[in-house]
Design a protein around this ligand. Structure first.
Ligand SMILES: [Zn+2]
Length: 164
């Protein structure tokens, strides 16, 4: 290696570590685009992002007709994402056929959904929604298979499936 080249490498290494320090806060900024606050959109903004059917489910807590979603029969390996903000919610390994006509899972990806009690059918039910954009997904019941005993009964219109 000639002297000129080795001197350039010598200068380059400390320069790169300085750049790393500069770029670190920028990376943090980029990841904050996926934060909860960024997904606090107005109804009109949601209407322009979603199909009317998905809007009805995700933003109006609607329920699709049983057996109407092709995701009900989806058996490939992959990940089910929120149709509103694309957060990963469910893994195919935790999907099962509940016979109800809605895509059903016995567990959600940790931290991806939050619950609240609703009284839409008079009897209290546990509603769950995407923890990032707040989009309604479905209801969770205690009659699912082990190991959790949970049944996450999800609207297919609220999901986007990404095969592996
Ligand atoms: Zn979401």
């Amino acid at each position: 290696m000639n002297q000129f080249l080795s001197r350039r490498i010598f200068i380059l290494i400390p320069t790169m570590s300085i750049l790393k320090v500069i770029f670190r806060p920028m990376q943090a900024l980029a990841s904050s685009i996926n934060s909860k606050e960024e997904w606090n959109l107005s109804n009109d903004e949601w209407k322009s992002r979603l199909s009317p059917e998905s809007y009805y489910i995700l933003r109006d807590e609607g329920t699709e007709r049983a057996f109407s979603s092709k995701l009900n029969n989806e058996k490939r390996k992959g990940v089910f994402h929120c149709a509103g903000c694309d957060l990963a919610l469910f893994l195919s390994e935790k999907k099962y056929d509940s016979g109800t006509g809605w895509p059903s899972f016995w567990d959600a990806i940790q931290g991806s959904v939050e619950t609240k009690v609703d009284f839409k059918l008079i009897v209290p039910r546990t509603e769950y929604h995407c923890s990032r954009c707040g989009g309604h997904q479905g209801h969770v019941f205690n009659d699912g298979p082990q190991p959790t005993g949970k049944r996450y009964c999800n609207n297919g219109l609220a999901l986007r499936f990404v095969p592996e």
